[in-house]
Design a protein around this ligand. Structure first.
Ligand SMILES: [Zn+2]
Length: 314
């Protein structure tokens, strides 16, 4: 398989300060892990580009985009909430984080790659239409889903979010929209508080949201059961034309921010299941976008396992 990789030094410029878990060293840890892999140089390097304002407006209000630009340029310590720490580069870097998956999508649709992964920061799945939240400025996967629809003419896109936190912003972006399926596994109850099993979408979007809340202490077995009993049947019903993974690795048992206990191998296993879904319904089209993951060594291991699976044939 030709697996694309976005990796760009500019993602290091978004500086969240000395004690923030969402730090530039995360990118370094992943690079270090990939550098030890014999197959690293077989990945197809894809060049990131910033998202255009019109592309972001598919998900965010112009008011919010202007406020984000203004607050970052003013040298503020944070945007909207204290956990979204910023510096003077953060707005430009967030534009690049929202645009990088679009470059990956172009490479995918044009046939240069079979699937791909965007090693980017800041993450995106907590960002709401009108506000930053939870280390996230812009909702990178939501912008990607809309770009696949409006820029490349796909009708149905599925987003599978296995970050340990619920992707409130992504769910809210699409909860009334039957053309984007949002599926999430996450520790619950936990930050950000949304993601109960009864949240299944609303209006015409009813049934196109699937939440699989997990108790603290959940292991691979609980995730495998959720995949077999709920997630894979839902994806087979929906028949996506592209599968997007909101790929956080903070459900790993060694992650300091949460209490789900997945092994590194479980991320490889979930990757393989979603590759099968993509092969069955989407011509193999699968794009993966980094969200969380805060144990640096384990983040490197997990992204390596994820990419190693993505690049090998089913
Ligand atoms: Zn997370």
């Amino acid at each position: 398989m030709a697996t694309g990789l976005i990796d760009d030094d500019r993602f290091l410029l978004h500086d969240t300060g000395p004690h923030h878990p969402e730090c530039a060293a995360r990118v370094g840890a992943v690079r270090q892990a990939l550098a030890t892999q014999a197959w690293r140089d077989e990945l197809v390097d894809v060049t990131a580009r910033p998202a255009a304002i019109e592309e972001l407006e598919a998900v965010h209000s112009l008011n919010y985009l202007r406020r984000a630009a203004r607050v970052c340029a003013a040298g503020a310590a944070y945007l909207d909430v204290p956990d979204v720490a910023i510096n003077e580069y953060s707005y430009e870097v967030a534009l690049l984080a929202a645009g990088a998956p679009l470059a990956l999508a172009d490479a995918l649709i044009e046939g240069q790659i079979d699937n791909g992964f965007a090693l980017l920061r800041p993450p995106g799945h907590h960002a709401e239409r009108e506000s930053a939240m939870g280390f996230c400025l812009f909702n990178n996967v939501a912008v990607l889903a809309r770009y696949l629809q409006r820029g490349h003419g796909l009708d149905k896109v599925a987003i599978v979010d296995w970050d340990v936190h619920h992707g409130n912003g992504t769910q809210h972006s699409f909860e009334e929209d039957p053309s984007v399926l949002y599926v999430s596994t996450h520790q619950y109850p936990y930050y950000p508080g949304t993601g109960a099993a009864y949240e299944t979408g609303s209006g015409r979007g009813r049934g196109a949201t699937l939440n699989c809340p997990m108790p603290a202490g959940a292991t691979d077995t609980a995730y495998e059961r959720a995949f077999f009993e709920e997630i894979l049947p839902k994806l087979a019903w929906f028949k996506p034309e592209c599968v997007i993974i909101s790929a956080g690795f903070d459900a790993h048992r060694d992650d300091p921010l949460a209490d789900v206990h997945l092994s590194t191998g479980c991320f490889r296993w979930m990757t393989e299941r979603l590759m099968e879904v993509a092969a069955d319904h989407a011509g193999g089209r699968l794009l993966s976008v980094l969200e969380g993951g805060y144990n640096l060594a384990r983040l490197g291991d997990c992204v390596s396992a994820h990419l190693e699976r993505l690049r090998a044939p089913l």
